[in-house]
Design a protein around this ligand. Structure first.
Ligand code: DC
Length: 217
C-alpha cells in the first residue's frame, strides 16, 4: 500500500486529538478526517432503525445495508447516511453510549477502514481515530498518540456539556479483539494533560519540521 502523506493521530476519548488534528490540517492545508464520526454515523443509523445496539446480528443487518459514505467538504470529512449530512447528530448522549458496541464489530470496521484507506490514498490527510497508526495506515510516516489523564478528559467532556462515560468507552475500545486502541510502536506520545491546544499543535509541527515534512521552525 503506498502511503505518501498520512499523519496518523490516535488516542483515547476526549484526549484533545480532534482539536489538534483539525488545527494541524488547517495549518498544513491538508484534509482533516475524523474517523470517530464514521463509527458514530454507523451507530446513528443503528439507533434510528430501532434495533438493540448490543444485538450484533441485528446491528450487522442494519450496517450491511445502510447507504453510508464520507465526502470531503471544506477540507474536512463529512459522514453521511443516504446522502444526508448527519454530523450535527453525532455527539448525542445516545450515540456516546452505543458507539463502542457498534465499533467492535469486525464487519463494521472492515467497511469503514476501506473507506478511510480510499480517502488516505487520494488526499494528503491528517486522520484521527483509535487504530490509524496501528491498523489503517501502519506504514504512515508520521504517527502521534495524544493522551491525557482520565480526570482531565472527563472534565473536557463536561465543559463541552456532554454526557460521555469516557472510562467505559476506553475500556471497550482498548479491549476489543479487532484493532483495539493501542499505541503504535513508532508513534510519538504526547501527554496533553497540562498543555494548551496550541502547545500540542506546536509540538507536532516541530516534530514534522525535524522530520523534513515542513520547514523546521
Ligand atoms: O473519536 P470519537 O470519540 O468520536 O470516537 C467514537 C468511537 O468510535 C470510539 O469510542 C471508538 C470508535 N472508533 C474506533 O473504534 N476506531 C476509530 N478509528 C475511531 C473511533
Amino acid at each position: 500500500m503506498s502511503v505518501l502523506k498520512v499523519i496518523a493521530i490516535d488516542g483515547p476519548a476526549a484526549s484533545g486529538k480532534s482539536s489538534a488534528a483539525r488545527s494541524l490540517a488547517e495549518k498544513l492545508g491538508w484534509i482533516y478526517v475524523n474517523t470517530g464520526n464514521m463509527y458514530r454515523a454507523a451507530t446513528l443509523a443503528v439507533i434510528r432503525s430501532g434495533v438493540d445496539y448490543e444485538n450484533e446480528p441485528e446491528v450487522l443487518r442494519i450496517t450491511a445495508t445502510m447507504n453510508f459514505d464520507c465526502c470531503i467538504e471544506n477540507n474536512k470529512s463529512v459522514a453521511r447516511i443516504n446522502g444526508e449530512n448527519v454530523e450535527s447528530e453525532l455527539n448525542s448522549e445516545s450515540v456516546n453510549r452505543a458507539v463502542s458496541f457498534v465499533a467492535r464489530i469486525p464487519d463494521v470496521r472492515n467497511k469503514l477502514v476501506a473507506l478511510q484507506r480510499e480517502i488516505g490514498q487520494k488526499y494528503s490527510v491528517v486522520m484521527e481515530g483509535r487504530d490509524i497508526g496501528t491498523h489503517v495506515f501502519p506504514d504512515a510516516p508520521y504517527k502521534f498518540y495524544i493522551d491525557a489523564s482520565e480526570e482531565v478528559r472527563a472534565n473536557r467532556r463536561g465543559l463541552q456539556g456532554q454526557e460521555d462515560s469516557v472510562r467505559e468507552r476506553d475500556r471497550m475500545d482498548s479491549t476489543r479483539k479487532t484493532a483495539p486502541l493501542a499505541i503504535a510502536d513508532d508513534a510519538m506520545v504526547i501527554d496533553s494533560s497540562d498543555m494548551t491546544l496550541d502547545e500540542v499543535v506546536d509540538t507536532v509541527m516541530k516534530t514534522l519540521g525535524l522530520n523534513g515534512l515542513i520547514p523546521a521552525s
